[in-house]
Design a protein around this ligand. Structure first.
Ligand SMILES: NC(=O)c1ccc[n+]([C@@H]2O[C@H](COP(=O)([O-])OP(=O)(O)OC[C@H]3O[C@@H](n4cnc5c(N)ncnc54)[C@H](OP(=O)(O)O)[C@@H]3O)[C@@H](O)[C@H]2O)c1
Length: 320
């Protein structure tokens, strides 16, 4: 991408979309357009096409999606598959018809089979059954990968996909009903500190292992990929992660020391643990020359500072 290339970021206010916009600004890209649902609905093919006709982007980051936690996915599977298929189809097809040079589609590590060996390598795609609680979402993401690959084969486009691990950072969702593990822990420990609570209860045994990537590092990787990764029929997407994980218990202890909570952490083992480990193999991305800049501690510190500035009291949602 050149500094004056017309770049479109779909999903401006999202965790990922807002990080891509920060990274593009930092990198001196001056011709950037973005949209969110308040501008127009990307499930509407006509509105999407009108936007591409008017803006004529050269490069596209597809970070708009219906995203949610496990309960949300399990409760609204029809919404997850319909909305994601519609958004992807509309943007990918409009990108082809309006001669977009490069497109980057955001997938997720849930594309991999539930019982795939760890760490998860790109070639494990479509080798076994998916986790049932979010299979509608996963199938939509797999369709996006195959759609990009198919347009490349049939139309000679250069559409790529990235599969990030668990993300966190400024702009994350801290609503305890729908948030992921990292923001939920930050909020619980912060509020316990403010309230002087002697004990905080976390879900599960704390034993599962998870990998986390700071969202600004993801944005950096996406720009790196759009420039440096040439998708082929054999390999049209890459994993994006740090390559290392830790137990949820270790994560809680790390957040506790950053937040400065001095009480006790208890584990409610009646609550589900989820899959024992989820770690991406990032050998291919590393071989291209990219690695994450933020340590987990540095990333959590930045995220916590952001959250504290947004929601200094008890009960804040964390999103401005
Ligand atoms: N968060 C993670 O840990 C994670 C991990 C791996 C992969 N990813 C992938 O990264 C991508 C972005 O995720 P995220 O975490 O940034 O999600 P997010 O914070 O929920 O952002 C999604 C964005 O899409 C917009 N959007 C949703 N439906 C739309 C529609 N019909 N028309 C126009 N815009 C619409 C949302 O607008 P509103 O804000 O107005 O609803 C929001 O700006 C997704 O493809 C996701 O699968 C995320």
């Amino acid at each position: 991408m050149k500094q004056n290339s017309k770049i479109y970021v779909a999903g401006r206010n999202g965790l990922v979309g807002s990080a891509i916009l920060r990274r593009l600004e930092k990198g001196g890209f001056t011709n950037v357009v973005s949209s969110d649902i308040d501008d127009f609905d990307l499930t509407d093919p006509r509105a999407t096409d009108e936007f591409f006709s008017a803006e004529k982007p050269e490069h596209v980051f597809l970070a708009a999606a219906r995203v949610g936690g496990i309960v949300d996915n399990d409760t609204f599977p029809a919404d997850f598959i319909r909305i994601n298929l519609q958004i992807q189809t509309n943007i990918i097809d409009a990108s082809h018809r309006h001669q977009v040079d490069r497109l980057l589609f955001l997938g997720s590590s849930c594309i991999y089979p539930r019982l795939a060996p760890q760490p998860l390598r790109e070639e494990y795609l479509l080798t076994g059954p998916l986790e049932q609680t979010n299979d509608a979402y996963s199938i939509a993401k797999i369709a996006g990968i195959i759609m990009c690959q198919s347009y490349n084969r049939q139309h000679g486009t250069r559409f790529t996909s990235a599969m990030p691990t668990n993300l966190y950072g400024p702009g994350d969702n801290f609503d305890l009903a729908t948030s992921h593990v990292m923001p939920a822990m930050i909020r619980r420990l912060h509020e316990a500190k403010l309230a002087g609570a002697p004990v905080v209860t976390m879900w599960g045994t704390g034993e599962p292992k998870r990998e986390f990537l700071y969202v600004d590092d993801l944005a950096d990787a996406l720009i790196f990929l759009i420039d440096n990764f040439k998708p082929t029929r054999e390999l049209s997407f890459l994993n994006v992660g740090t390559g290392s994980d830790l137990t949820v218990r270790e994560l809680a202890e790390k957040i506790r020391s950053i937040v400065g909570y001095t009480g006790k952490i208890e584990w409610d083992t009646s609550k589900p643990d989820g899959t024992p480990q989820k770690l991406l193999d990032v050998t291919r991305l590393s071989a291209l020359g990219w690695k994450a800049e933020h340590s987990l501690t540095a990333g959590i510190e930045k995220t916590y500072n952001w959250y504290r500035d947004q929601s200094p009291g008890i009960g804040g949602q964390g999103r401005p």
